[in-house]
Design a protein around this ligand. Sequence first.
Ligand SMILES: C[S@@+](CC[C@H](N)C(=O)[O-])C[C@H]1O[C@@H](n2cnc3c(N)ncnc32)[C@H](O)[C@@H]1O
Length: 408
Amino acid sequence: MPEQAYNTSFVLDQIERFYNITEIARECSVNPSTVHRWLNRQVKLKMIYLERLHDMIERKITTQKAAEEEAGFTFIDLFAGIGGIRKGFEQAGGKCVFTSEWDTYAQKTYSTNFPSDEPVNGDITKIKAKDIPDHDLLLAGFPCQPFSIAGVSKKNALGRPTGFADETQGTLFFDVARIIKEKQPKAFVLENVKNLKSHDKGNTFKIITKTLSQELGYHISCRVIDGQSWVPQHRERIIIAGFREPALFSLEDISLPKKGEIKLSRILHKTDGTEPYLDRDQDKYFNFQKDKVQDKYTLTDHLWAYLQKYAEKHKAAGNGFGFGLVTGNDIARTLSARYYKDGSEILVYQGKKKNPRRLTPRECARLMGYPDDFIIPVSDTRAYKQFGNSVIVPLSHAIAEKIKPLIV
Ligand SMILES: C[S@@+](CC[C@H](N)C(=O)[O-])C[C@H]1O[C@@H](n2cnc3c(N)ncnc32)[C@H](O)[C@@H]1O
């Protein structure tokens, strides 16, 4: 086959989407450093390797297509973030047919990790429900916003009935509700912070559950679940699941692994020579030559002194604020989207002679239950925000497995 039959640049771009450097090196029987040079376009690819890479890509596409055809159910991923919910539902055999996420950096991480021909759609408020493909399941981790009571009371005063559109208009939950109404999926799964229940003195949760059950006619079940069953992180989230038809289902029936069994040592970089080398991270987070986390994650003297002083001040005033200093034997507090600021909620103890350090983005990925083949194509600041906003993947998977038999 003449070389021009293959577009080298295209083949190199594609191969990176589907395989890591170790896999490519193994298939081509070359050193990983050679693959690095190919991917960085430092050396010309010989025809024999070009053909091999091309075959690898074809094989991957064929397997993916077969998996998609076998998929038991379809779903849409709204407020998709970087795809934490999607990952769990894909692991259960679901096929995503539509995605909406408007943040361009989250879109970058999402489309790098879920390559497909379909673009990630932007602002959901601008998308007509009828333009969304049919699906079995709607998934949404929508931001929590208060509902304005003003509009509702005015309508009540005028003696007009108030439907969900009146009560929820202008919020992102309204967009979830209007899509459910138009598309009538067999089921939905909504995810939110635990305090959705107490938000706006319980009014927000009341309107949401009323809308889903009374206005849209779904049979719903809610449960607060702590991610500690799967990862070393205390992270409570409320899940609301709903079925169009009456179903023998309750989120309470999901049996959770015992909480707190998995400690942080499971996700921290290993400094005893056993840290798995991740081609895509290279030395970004971990120095493989010296077997240690890169120094940039250790707090500066200035920041560490500030955090200690700040915590002291609040302690003296009787407030609870403090940094969370952890070792491998602990469970972390909730990773928040503001972790990039000072990392104070989870600081890794490094002995008396050294300041503590932040988690690296790879450790944050692990803390959220993402496998190590999840690619982090954005800056540390963006990555911290994205993982802090995300959903614990094995939690999503556990829900998916429970729901799957009822919708296929
Ligand atoms: C809590 S995060 C969801 C995270 C996601 N479930 C995950 O696992 O990564 C909410 C997401 O909604 C997105 N978002 C907010 N308003 C939006 C809108 N109008 N259209 C599309 N996405 C929106 C935000 O950018 C954010 O990534």
